[in-house]
Design a protein around this ligand. Sequence first.
Ligand SMILES: [Fe+2]
Length: 315
Amino acid sequence: MSERLVMMNQRARPTFKWWVQDVVDAVLHYPSYLVERHIYERPSARYRKMLIRVTGFDKLAADCEILSRDGVLILPGYFTGEPLQQMQQDYNRWCELKSGSDRYGFKDFDGGKQESYLATSYSMSKVAVGPYLTALVSYYWGKPIRLAYCHGYRLDPIEPQEYRAFRWHHDLKRKQVRVMVLLTDTPVEGQRMDYIAGSHRVWHRFTNHRQCRFTEEEARSYGSPIHCVGPAGTVVLFDANGIHRGNRNLGSRRDQYTFNYTAGRALFPLPGLHPEVVKQLTDRQRRMVRIDDDSRNLWTRFRHWITDRYFLRLW
Ligand SMILES: [Fe+2]
């Protein structure tokens, strides 16, 4: 599969020549490519335009351009003051409640373990429905999004180690946007995440975890790494189809919480949001965080899809 072909997905308005070549390659080599890249993952230029009009966020297009180009966007010090302090306090409380960590000094919250730590934090739950961040993710997708997965973890300093996600890899779910909130300062020499710029556009073939891993040399053949660093409160958005890795070392302790968004696929059980936040949600936001969404019948779900995608009135 040519690089030119795999890069087309990010173009909201591809040229006719690219489209024809894409279809020929796709039919010959990857039947699933048509559905994944040209329908599910393809952003709608019309939806993007509507989103800017509805939200009034002029910066969306510029920020999304960086995210589309590199696969990663760093918003240094996005959260400050009271909201950040509340998140840090809640996170420390979780860490006190949950004793022990694994042999790598790794302690995690929510994720696939049917825990509900997020639901106990008002400030952290607000991030999941934050107007600008969710508008940015929706703009990147070019269609309505769903909260797919939530996971937080604390990394204590350890001797450098390479294991699991702390080596070059891409995630198994293809296009998905992760909104990662750093709750502690993350310097370059610390336990930072690295991301190979531009690697999110590659259509990887894989059938198991091992095929998603890369050596240092292989990873760098796709591009240069970007160090995802910043002060506490920094938000890192990235497409987890791109090649990335965490780093374990003797740098300072790292706390983070991550929200994954997709356009409706790769959905996992959620930890729930704080009851006070749930009370404030609009109908569209309730659908976005999948409250009541699964229990509705097909006709209702279709009506909501049309409403969110074509007749969006408020953000
Ligand atoms: Fe990953």
